[in-house]
Each structure stands twice: as C-alpha cells, then as structure tokens.
Design a protein around this ligand. Structure first.
Ligand code: IMP
Length: 176
C-alpha cells in the first residue's frame, strides 16, 4: 500500500479560509448552528469554524456510520444525534466528503424531520460526484476530486491516517 500527496496542507488551509468567508456572508447577522458529522469532518470543522467571522455561531456534533474499509455498506446509521434541537435557526452541516451521497441524504432528511431548521446548507471539504448513487449537491465545496479513496485531514482507512495534515490517495486497497 502506498500514499501519494493529493492536496497539500497549504492548499487546504487557503481553500478553507475562502470557504469560511463565503459561509460568513451566508450567515450574516443570524444565529447559526454548525454541525460536524463525525468522525471524518473533525479537522476540517475545527479549521473552518475558527475562520467564521459571525457573532452567533454555535457548534454541535452528530455521528454516522456507513463504511467498512473502502466500501459503503449502503446502510447509514445515526450513532449520535444533536444535543439540542435547532428549530427555526440556520443550520450548517459540515461533511468531510460527499461520495455516494447516501450519508448526506440520510442526515439531511433527519435534520428536516427531527430538528426543523429555518434554512439548511452543507459545506463539504471534498466532493466525488462521479460516485453518486442519489442526487446530492453541497452548497459549499472545498475540492471536487476524482474517483479515488483518499485519507488524511480527518479521513480514515479503517480508522488510520486521520492525523495526516494533508489529503493523500491510498493506492492498492481492495476493489471498490
Ligand atoms: P457517502 O455516504 O458514500 O457519500 O460517504 C460519506 C462518508 O463515507 C464520508 O463522510 C466518509 O466518512 C466516508 N468516505 C467516502 N469516501 C471516502 C474516502 O475516499 N476516504 C475516506 N472516507 C470516505
């Protein structure tokens, strides 16, 4: 198994700052709940949030599970829900990557039916549109990438590599 650097730490830092500016404009003077979908988005979330220039930013976390190795099982489970509801507030869902779209589709349905935000937008660091199984479009996208299994900057392969400061491509994993 070998690792190639795909997106460097410097490229990530610059893009995350730009995304934070766009998101700050969308928030305006409103209250916003920013929700990280754990675990993959934890690093992106921390960096993104620290660059938001809005006054009324709150954070919360959900956890979902769908992958085994490099395979999406097709079954998305919500392991942990929000601590408080965000009824009538703006909601920003922060994802590490949108791949098949199944996870995000489940998460958005869950928020709309259980938490009733006034407006909901999605920020994802990475987007792999060629792998979609359901129609799904994030509002703020860091990088659109090819069909490859990537790790680092929060993303894992069997729980490893989350600590890397860059995004790498993992070659020679099992067939996807
Ligand atoms: P989806 O449901 O197929 O869109 O996948 C969403 C989740 O699968 C992401 O939040 C990731 O945790 C994981 N995932 C999808 N593609 C990759 C990848 O290339 N590397 C690491 N994790 C991935």
């Amino acid at each position: 198994m070998s690792m190639d650097v795909y997106i460097s730490a410097e490229e990530i830092e610059a893009r995350v700052k730009d995304m934070a500016q766009e998101i700050t404009q969308w928030i305006g003077d409103d209250e916003v709940l920013c929700v990280a979908n754990l675990k993959g988005s934890f690093m992106f979330f921390a960096d993104l949030i620290r660059h938001l220039r809005s006054q009324k930013v709150k954070v919360d976390f959900i956890a979902t599970e769908s992958y085994v190795g490099t395979q999406n099982s097709g079954q998305v489970r919500i392991l942990k829900d929000l601590q408080h509801t965000c009824r009538g507030e703006k909601l920003l869902v922060v994802e590490d990557i949108v791949d098949t779209g199944l996870t995000l589709s489940k998460v958005l349905d869950h928020f709309l039916t259980m938490h009733c935000p006034s407006e909901m937008k999605v920020a994802t660091l990475l987007d792999k549109p060629s792998r979609r199984r359901v129609e799904m479009k994030a509002d703020f996208v860091g990088f659109t990438i090819e069909d490859a299994f990537v790790v680092g900057y929060g993303l894992d392969y069997n729980e490893y590599y989350r600590n890397l400061p860059y995004i790498g491509i993992l070659r020679n994993t099992e067939e996807r």
